[in-house]
Ligand binder design. Structure first.
Ligand code: SAM
Length: 234
């Protein structure tokens, strides 16, 4: 049976590239996104009562990976990228139906010139991600604190983050233009975005676009050292 679905919302996210997006939601609480309701869902009616809930489940498409298809086994970064596991034993983005799910914190709802939106924090979604459903997180049923988490039992240990003198000044400027940017950048880097096979390669310079800034860093003695924060042309 084939089912056709239309996105109920599109996610506006600070993450403009897949690289450096955290591997799960809420690891970077400073990542705030807006879910812009679409089509017949763009009405206050679909949101009535939603503010009673602290968290929401988002069901979305890994839309930027769909064209690459999927394989029955994948190599989870958690296992260093060397061991293969069944796709259904992982949260890999390459899946038969390309669907993801994330529990995110609801900050509030709003409407700007007829565009209804939900503001959520702790997202792990790329800018432009289509959302196919939104449901309240219900702790009595959804929270399972004693459950075994297999090879992903614990959240990864955060890495330390530092700034060069130049980056510190640029960061102050970025913070003025985009309040909360420094916290976002530091929380993103604390998650160590490097792929597993780079972990011994300390000379490399990394860069990623967050909001309208190019964030650049190197790993020096196990610390993510920010070397530049460059504003990109709008
Ligand atoms: N929490 C979700 C889940 O478990 O289904 C997502 C987990 S998945 C491992 C998280 C990764 O998905 C992020 O690191 C990012 O690289 C990737 N991602 C996020 N949005 C995406 C999109 N729209 N298309 C493709 N990849 C995406």
């Amino acid at each position: 049976m084939k089912i056709e679905m239309t996105p109920v919302a599109l996610c506006h996210s600070p993450y403009k590239q897949k690289f450096a997006i955290p591997r799960q939601p809420r690891l970077v609480p400073a990542a705030v996104g807006r879910l812009m309701l679409q089509g017949e869902c763009n009405t206050a009616d679909v949101l009535r009562g939603i503010e009673q809930f602290d968290y929401l489940w988002l069901i979305f498409s890994f839309h930027q990976n769909l064209h690459q298809g999927w394989k029955p086994t994948v190599r989870p970064p958690r296992l260093g990228g060397n061991e293969r596991m069944g796709v259904f034993a992982t949260r890999a983005t390459f899946r038969p139906n390309g669907l993801g799910m994330s529990a995110v914190k609801l900050r509030g709802v709003g409407c700007d010139q007829g565009q209804h939106y939900l503001e959520v924090e702790g997202i792990d979604l790329l800018d432009g991600t289509p959302i196919y459903d939104i449901k309240p997180y219900v702790p009595y049923s959804d929270a399972l604190p004693d459950a075994c988490g297999g090879f992903a039992q614990q959240a990864p240990e955060p890495m330390a983050v530092s700034l060069s003198d130049t980056a510190r000044q640029q960061m102050d400027d970025a913070e003025r233009r985009q309040p909360g940017f420094r916290q976002l950048a530091e929380q993103v880097l604390a998650q160590d975005p490097r792929p597993g096979y780079h972990k011994d390669d300390s000379d490399r310079e990394y860069g990623v676009q967050l909001h309208q800034f190019d964030l650049r860093w190197r790993v020096i003695n196990g610390v993510n050292h920010i070397i530049a924060v460059v504003a990109l042309p709008e």
